[in-house]
Write a protein that binds this ligand. Sequence first.
Ligand SMILES: C[S@@+](CC[C@H](N)C(=O)[O-])C[C@H]1O[C@@H](n2cnc3c(N)ncnc32)[C@H](O)[C@@H]1O
Length: 287
Amino acid sequence: MDDLRSELNLMYNSYCAFYALAFGCTSIHRGYYTDLAEGVAFRDATDRLTRYIVDQADLRADDHLLDVGCGAGNSDFLIAREKCCRVTGVDLGKGQILSARMAVEAAALSHRLQFMVADAEHLPFPDDSFDAVLLFESMCHMKDKRGALSEAKRCLRAGGSLIIAETVELAVPENQAWRARFEEVLPLTCFPAAGQLAGLCSDVGLDVKGAIDLTRETSLTYARGLAEALTRRAEVEQFLGEEACNEIYDELPELVEVLNAEYLGYEVVIGAKPAIQRAGAAPKTIL
Ligand SMILES: C[S@@+](CC[C@H](N)C(=O)[O-])C[C@H]1O[C@@H](n2cnc3c(N)ncnc32)[C@H](O)[C@@H]1O
């Protein structure tokens, strides 16, 4: 593992317990808030975003979805249960994969769900082996985004869907001061520019079926998450101890401020692997 990968592994392993306790779930992605005034719980909002995103893939029962950068697999349990499809989740995080595997046993879902440690840039699967591939807020950590997309495409069957959901940097010229703070607070994160993911999909030979701007619907995530985390501080302190708890809670306001910046948006990009064209087959002409 190189430095970035080991640091990501360490970071997510050490934040896993905090996430579960402070937010009531192990999903590490934004929430979907349809009515910006409603008081939906963070956990429900994150599940709603999962449903919204997965609905873009038109999954059928028994389809096989690959979730690249699945974390502890919270979304994959929801997808396997609600869509009755098979899901394989991969992530660099050993702690997250271990907890996902244990949850599979406990839920008796091993016929539909499996989790393994793997790197997005070197997926341990044959060509054309999945009906759909999901990259749910994992591309932000990948330096070689094009390489990861190429690898995802390789594992996708012809005609299968690829869905990416990611925070994006909006094109605002005067954001240098914010960027310096961002790099200090989130050194392992590199959000793509708005529109860049669709361009990269085309570059690797995927057909881009659509791109949806969910900036508004997901914009409450960090404020709501922080509010919820504050109500659960005693529980977190009891589990992690005072020192570790203070360290995390001291950092949270700045993290939320940086992530709440007007410079950031949210995109869902839907791609498809082109269907195979037989050599020499002439296109049909309809008169
Ligand atoms: C923000 S979390 C999102 C987790 C999950 N998709 C979710 O929605 O809850 C990003 C995840 O991407 C994983 N990740 C980052 N780079 C990766 C890579 N090269 N290969 C596999 N997983 C990666 C991290 O370990 C982390 O679990």
